[in-house]
Design a protein around this ligand. Sequence first.
Ligand code: NI
Ligand code: MN
Length: 225
Amino acid sequence: MKLRYFSHSAFQITTESKKIVLIDPFLDGNPTSSVKSNDVVADYIILTHAHGDHLGDAFKIAGRCNPMFICVNELANYCASKGFKAHNMHIGGSYNFDFGRVKFTIAHHGSFTPDNYYGGEASGVVLSIDGKNLYHTGDTGLFLDMKLIGEINPIDYMLLPIGDNFTMGINDAVKAVELVNPKFAIPMHYNTFPVINADPNEFKQNVEKIGKKCIVLEFGQEIEL
Ligand code: NI
Ligand code: MN
């Protein structure tokens, strides 16, 4: 599987079977992403919550590619109300898709759409794809149940925010890595806007101090997992 980091919380997964899954595709209004919505395609779009910097360009992309949206019930209904395919799920539930398994987790955050519809609970997601477990926490503060998430679903790659202000900052994110105990931590949701400026290398150093590994992805970089 390949993991591409656009910047902010936006990722693209390309599975061994060549399915393309986008997570939180915020591209056109994202000053740190050189990739724009017209440059990507999708078979599936996973949304962690409805805020504009996560819903992003999902509908523009969907208008071209007709992907299946996967998100919590209220947000899935919102996507369906725009005429798109949606698979409704909710926190604690998992489901096997043709690309892998998706499980929704709690996240401590809000969720309203840019046009002010309630988007249901904000969420994180554990993806089991091609024999690996990825945990994209979504936007969240630190919470102790992360320990349980890591125990039940041994995590290979944890994607987590470090930008502070709206989410965990570096210190809380290091604690989150300790709780989840992933093989690798990958920072996200930083340096998009001045209010969430953070140094990913400071995060990496602090993660390494607790004996864990961290990969800082360049904006636009794609790696093989
Ligand atoms: Ni948010
Ligand atoms: Mn956000």
